[in-house]
Structures are given as structure tokens and as C-alpha cells.
Design a protein around this ligand. Structure first.
Ligand code: NDP
Length: 332
């Protein structure tokens, strides 16, 4: 495993990490969670991602119980949660959003469900237009001062919102966000590669990227149709299937088929190729992998072995197939 600093912080996070979003929501099984997390941990993974909204708190409960049973030393792993949409179904106004009240309560509930005394990373899952930036930054700073959170971050905030948070922190001597959690994969590039472009140096932004396999599309498993045991046949995820069956989805599938020849030529698999492609970007602090089976965790944790093979020539070949390299907007 390789470890990268989370932005300009001193925290070393494994470049491949593990997220619980769909699997801990639909399979809700502590034994399986333990197996998957242990497989990742044994491969050197030290970061486990979660959120209050995942299965309305159930995902945190499962991960917490798995962590308790696995009995790892607390100083050997990093665990996160995210706040925004609330953990209860049909939340009341005080049970969601980024108000001081909800951030505090969500933080303590997450610690309780995860069975930990503090959260290593705590994310604002989306921006909340109804809450002043100063309230959010001040609340996160307080949680850090109390020792309940070590590093705070954002997820899918615009570059402008991130700069505003940074400016507010500087103005009031508060703590700015350390990391962002954006989507980044071969099909989703603009924000990560262009919009955030200046933030990596300017504010030392770290990143924990999500859906590196575009929900599985980039594994090639959908090339010949939708397998029964895949995410796109799950109840509640019909929106994903619709995206895949759209014109753009069909174009993407054609590209995945072409990418499979690159994987073949390199003697590797599509999941490894797609994950390694993310790892090639030095602004990625960690790639949060998702899996529904232990064998997928085993497979995905191998991605690092491929990175050195992705030289300029291979990367250019991939870019030609993808045909989606984002260009900066020229306002002149
Ligand atoms: P991916 O895009 O990597 O999709 C993971 C899914 O792809 C798996 O659940 C599995 O689904 C399939 N898959 C994974 N590996 C393989 C393999 N080797 N072979 C075949 N199929 C495979 O990541 P996720 O979308 O799960 O995102 C990862 C994490 O990022 C989440 O768990 C969460 O922690 C975080 N996240 C954060 C968001 C945010 O807004 N901040 C939003 C979304 C995710 P199946 O087998 O069921 O087909």
C-alpha cells in the first residue's frame, strides 16, 4: 500500500480506502462487513468512509459493530462520517442541514453508532444554502477544539464555496476545511481536474474521491447487459440504471468496451485499470473503493500494482478512447 498526505495536513491516508455506501445499506450484515473491512485493512487500507444518511444510520451502526468486533487499535485506522441530510427518514428542519444544532447532534450520533470517541474525518456532505458560512466553519472548528473531530472537510462544494470557507476561516481565525470528497473517475473529470485546479496549491486541499468505478460501469460488468447481482438491479437504484440506459450511458459502455482492450494489452483487469487511472492523479489523496463482495475488495486492492505501467503512452491511449479531457474555460 502507498500512503499519501491528506492535502497539506500531516495525516497519512492509504491511497485505496473503503466506503460503505450501498453495500452496508442493502446487505446490512456485520459478518460480511467485518470480512470486507478486514480484507481491505490487511491490504494496508487505513480509511473507512461513512455518512449519517447511508441507510439512515444503519451503515454507521454496522461499521461500528464491525470495528468493535475486529478490535483494531484505534490509532491504526481512520473513520469518517458526513452530515447533511439527517439519519432519520423524513427529517424535521432541525434534523438535517448544516446548522450548528444539526452538525453537533449528527456528530455525536455518528460517534455513538460507530462506537468511537472521535471522528477522524468529518464532512459536510453538500453545501447548505440556508446556513451562513461562518456558522458552519465555526461549528466545525469548535468540534475540532473539543477533540471530537480531527479534520473537517466538504463534499461536492464548488471551488467558490471552498474559497469562501477558507476566507471565512482566515478572517475569524478558524480552521479551514482540510479535504473535499468529490466524484472522480474516467467519466467524471471537470470539477476535479479543472474547477479545483488552483485549490490544490492555493489552500493545500486534500481529496477523498468517490465512485472511482462509476458505480461499477468501469468494471465492464455491464458490457453485455445488467447482471442480476449488480448495483443496477437493486431496488431503489433504478435511477442509476436509467442513467446507464440513456444515450450518454450507451456511449460510455462503448468506451468501456474499448478500454477493455487496453486492460487486456496490459495483462490486467478493467477494475484495476480504472482505479489505477485515478491513482495516477497526484491530487488524489485517496480513492474510496466500494464493493459488494469480498472478492471485489481483494481485486480492487491490487490496483496499485498497475500504476507504474500507466506511462504517458498508455495514458494518451486512454484519453483518446475517453475523448473527454476537460479544458479550462477561456473567458477572454
Ligand atoms: P464504485 O464506483 O467503485 O462502485 C462500487 C461498486 O462497483 C461495488 O459496490 C460493486 O457493485 C461494483 N464493483 C466494485 N468492484 C468491483 C469489481 N472488482 N468487480 C466487479 N464489480 C465491482 O464506488 P461507490 O460508488 O461505491 O463509491 C465508493 C464510496 O464513495 C462509497 O461507499 C461512499 O463511501 C463514497 N461515496 C460518497 C459520495 C458523496 O457524495 N460524498 C457519493 C457516493 C459514494 P455491485 O457488485 O453491486 O455491482
Amino acid at each position: 500500500m502507498e500512503y499519501r498526505r491528506l492535502g497539506k495536513s500531516g495525516l497519512k491516508v492509504s491511497v485505496l480506502s473503503f466506503g460503505s455506501w450501498v453495500t452496508f445499506s442493502t446487505q446490512a450484515d456485520v459478518a460480511l462487513a467485518k470480512q470486507m473491512m478486514a480484507t481491505a485493512y490487511d491490504a494496508g487500507c487505513n480509511f473507512f468512509d461513512n455518512a449519517e444518511i447511508y441507510a439512515h444510520g444503519k451503515s454507521e451502526e454496522i461499521m461500528g459493530e464491525a470495528l468493535a468486533q475486529l478490535g483494531w487499535r484505534r490509532d491504526s485506522f481512520i473513520v469518517s462520517s458526513k452530515v447533511m441530510w439527517g439519519a432519520v427518514e423524513d427529517p424535521k428542519p432541525t434534523q438535517r442541514g448544516l446548522s450548528r444544532k444539526h452538525i453537533y447532534e449528527a456528530c455525536y450520533q455518528a460517534m455513538d453508532r460507530l462506537q468511537v470517541d472521535y471522528l477522524d474525518l468529518y464532512f459536510c456532505h453538500r453545501p447548505d444554502p440556508d446556513v451562513p458560512m461562518e456558522e458552519v466553519v465555526r461549528t466545525m472548528t469548535e468540534l475540532i477544539h473539543r477533540g471530537d473531530v480531527l479534520y473537517w472537510g466538504t463534499s461536492e462544494w464548488s471551488a467558490q464555496q471552498l474559497m469562501e470557507a477558507y476566507a471565512v476561516a482566515r478572517q475569524y481565525h478558524l480552521i479551514p476545511p482540510t479535504m473535499e470528497q468529490p466524484q472522480y473517475n474516467m467519466f467524471h473529470r471537470y470539477r476535479f481536474e479543472i474547477e479545483y485546479g488552483r485549490l490544490y496549491d492555493a489552500i493545500g486541499l486534500g481529496t477523498t474521491i468517490w465512485s472511482p468505478l462509476a458505480s461499477g460501469l468501469l468494471t465492464g460488468k455491464y458490457n453485455e447487459g445488467v447482471p442480476d447481482d449488480s448495483r443496477m438491479s437493486l431496488e431503489g437504484y433504478e435511477w442509476l440504471r436509467k442513467m446507464m440506459e440513456s444515450d450518454e450511458g450507451r456511449r460510455r459502455l462503448e468506451k468501456v468496451k474499448a478500454l477493455a482492450t487496453v486492460a487486456d494489452d496490459l495483462g490486467t483487469t478493467m477494475p484495476r485499470l480504472a482505479l489505477a487511472w485515478c491513482l495516477k492523479n497526484p491530487h488524489v489523496s485517496t480513492v474510496i473503493t466500494g464493493a459488494s463482495k469480498v472478492s471485489q475488495v481483494e481485486e480492487n486492492m491490487q490496483a496499485l500494482t498497475l500504476v507504474d505501467q500507466l506511462d504517458d503512452e498508455v495514458m494518451a491511449r486512454i484519453d483518446t478512447i475517453l475523448d473527454n479531457r476537460p479544458e479550462p474555460v477561456d473567458f477572454q
